[in-house]
Design a protein around this ligand. Structure first.
Ligand code: PGA
Length: 249
């Protein structure tokens, strides 16, 4: 299975800076990263201007959220069909910043996943434990519940394991921790969906940097990385995209 390198720009980027960054990534990506799937998740406001810059280079375009309904009286929200209409390929759902700052429950996220799939988008469903969960030794309980409650039965998409304590802290999880969580999540997903182990791609996210990307990508069970801060310059994002690859040119 190809590995995915996904950049989550969060709430960063105006038209000038966002288009410039997308152009730099597109220019640098072709020869170096051919064997990996690259996807960029800019803010909603940049989706339509980035679509024509990225798609000729085979780079996917993701949104960072969507509403669970296809339309309706929901001031300020964006529906999945609207994203598909712009050429969006993926949508990040259940990111811990949405779960925490917008009080999104796993039940709501599950409905968003279904809405995304109905519109032909690939959901990237985020799960992860907090520092308190880790301290209380309930990591597997929390992850197991998030999988059961956020993944609809007919799930066909990507899962991202993002320990909340690793996001934006500069402190990625250890390779051993990532390996253990991947084994647990692959088994939990397979049980929940009644599919083969490893049928679902799982990304790791949380303070991924170019210098540690190769070792994270080499951890068994890791199907790619979801990158926040280090996706905001072309140099570091492409550094991660190239990590561990033999030069293709
Ligand atoms: P980070 O963010 O790489 O800045 O830790 C990851 C994420 O939130 O997806």
């Amino acid at each position: 299975m190809r590995q995915m390198i996904m950049g989550n720009w969060k709430m960063h980027g105006l038209r000038g800076s966002g288009e410039r960054l997308a152009r730099e990534i597109a220019k640098g990506a072709d020869p170096a990263c051919v064997s990996r799937d690259l996807v960029i998740a800019p803010p909603f406001t940049l989706l339509s201007s980035l679509a024509p810059l990225l798609s000729p280079h085979g780079i996917g375009l993701a949104a960072q959220d969507c509403h669970e309904d296809p339309d309706g009286a929901h001031t300020g929200d964006i529906a999945a069909p609207m994203l598909a209409d712009l050429g969006v390929s993926h949508v990040i759902l259940g990111h811990s910043e949405r779960r925490q700052n917008h009080h999104e429950s796993s039940a709501l996220i599950c409905r968003k996943v279904e809405a995304a799939q109905k519109s032909g988008l690939i959901p990237v469903l985020c799960v992860g434990e907090t520092e308190a969960d880790k301290a209380a030794d309930r990591v597997e309980d929390v992850l197991g519940r998030q999988i059961e409650e956020s993944l609809p039965r007919g799930f066909s998409g990507i899962v991202a394991y993002e320990p909340v304590w690793a996001i934006g802290t500069g402190q990625a999880a250890t390779e051993q921790d990532i390996s253990d969580r991947m084994a647990f999540l692959h088994a939990a997903i397979a049980r929940h969906l009644e599919t083969d182990d490893k049928a679902t791609r799982i990304l790791y996210g949380g303070s991924v940097k170019p210098e540690d990307a190769a070792s994270i990508l080499a951890v068994p069970g890791v199907g790619g990385v979801l990158v926040g801060g280090a996706s905001l310059t072309a140099e570091s994002f492409l550094g991660i995209a190239r990590a561990g690859l033999k030069p293709a040119y």
